[in-house]
Design a binder for this molecule. Structure first.
Ligand SMILES: *[C@@H]1O[C@H](CO)[C@@H](O)[C@H](O)[C@H]1NC(C)=O
Ligand SMILES: *[C@@H]1O[C@H](CO)[C@@H](O)[C@H](O)[C@H]1NC(C)=O
Ligand SMILES: *[C@@H]1O[C@H](CO)[C@@H](O)[C@H](O)[C@H]1NC(C)=O
Ligand SMILES: *[C@@H]1O[C@H](CO)[C@@H](O)[C@H](O)[C@H]1NC(C)=O
Ligand SMILES: *[C@@H]1O[C@H](CO)[C@@H](O)[C@H](O)[C@H]1NC(C)=O
Ligand SMILES: *[C@@H]1O[C@H](CO)[C@@H](O)[C@H](O)[C@H]1NC(C)=O
Length: 250
């Protein structure tokens, strides 16, 4: 039980975008995003059903998935360097939601805010302030519309659900996959190693009642260079979840 709580807390810190990690908690806002301060991106996706199981169980947020959202969604595209998950919170244009009007319908489906009581715009604003303002040091990302639209097209390019389906990794509550099977599939599809974050189910293992029987995959991260080609992350990002079987909760 204690162990499980530790895992939940750890995942909550890593995954949550509201609360700790907002720009207010970073005292030194960079005046400009120096291009040479970062050299790759972390691209992060959520499996929405797992996020909602997790959030409902922890009670941090009530969660709801838009009807049109049927697959992996975007968490963010984060400029990163070798030493830290930085820079973040650069000085730049204030977030203006109407600039995203041309792609709002796609964002609502593929980059939704699952937390009841918060608008999608609040999530986008957070991602823009914390990460987009720094990414904007690149010409191809130097407006809000470009940053969000390019990120959408990355998600679209990977088409992850159908890729995984080729390896018979499909949403199901009674089929479980090993972390290494998933990594092998992901590697052959996209030629890159994913970092996987999982959430332990509340069902306990028969053999060891202290452990959860299985887990839900909730997030995948991998790295890209500034030309948006997949690369192995130069720096170790979050460690993988425990190597227990997991499912894609339908
Ligand atoms: C989470 O809780 C909400 C509100 O109680 C409920 O409508 C929703 O079905 C739950 N989602 C999951 C995945 O359990
Ligand atoms: C979630 O929904 C339940 C039932 O509607 C409510 O009692 C609870 O306060 C909500 N929790 C949060 C964090 O909003
Ligand atoms: C980060 O590390 C890679 C490989 O070790 C190196 O090629 C690159 O120049 C480093 N970038 C910075 C900004 O130090
Ligand atoms: C990484 O980014 C931080 C924050 O911008 C910066 O202080 C640091 O020098 C950068 N590291 C490298 C290797 O560029
Ligand atoms: C936000 O963008 C819209 C559309 O370009 C513009 O009309 C509006 O003035 C902007 N609002 C602010 C506060 O800058
Ligand atoms: C978004 O990017 C796509 C290419 O990925 C492009 O075809 C489209 O015109 C862009 N949309 C806007 C509103 O810039």
């Amino acid at each position: 039980m204690e162990h499980r709580n530790v895992i939940i807390i750890a995942l909550t810190i890593l995954c949550t975008w509201a609360g700790p990690g907002t720009c207010q908690s970073f005292t030194s806002g960079l005046s400009v995003a120096a291009v040479e301060e970062w050299d790759h991106f972390i691209f992060s996706m959520h499996w929405p059903q797992s996020i909602c199981v997790e959030r409902n169980e922890t009670g941090i947020f009530n969660c709801s998935i838009p009807r049109e959202t049927t697959s992996w969604i975007i968490h963010g595209l984060w400029p990163t360097n070798n030493t830290s998950e930085k820079p973040v919170c650069c000085k730049g244009a204030a977030f203006n939601r109407s600039l995203l009007d041309p792609i709002k319908d796609q964002l609502d489906v593929h980059w939704p805010n699952l937390f009841i009581g918060q608008t999608a715009g609040e999530f986008w604003k957070h991602e823009w302030k914390k990460h987009g303002t720094c990414a904007a040091s690149m010409e191809s990302l130097n407006t809000q519309l470009k940053y969000f639209n390019v990120t959408l097209s990355i998600l679209e390019k990977f088409n992850i659900a159908s890729g995984l389906a080729q390896f018979n990794i499909v949403p199901s509550d009674n089929t479980f996959y090993t972390v290494s099977d998933f990594q092998r599939a992901f590697n052959s599809l996209y030629n890159v190693s994913p970092k996987m974050l999982c959430f332990p189910s509340s069902r306990k293992s028969k053999n060891d009642p202290k452990r959860s029987a299985y887990q839900y995959i909730s997030e995948i991260e991998f790295c890209m260079d500034k030309q948006f080609s997949n690369i192995e992350c130069p720096r170790k990002i979050h460690p993988n979840s425990r190597p227990r079987p997991f499912c894609l909760h339908p």
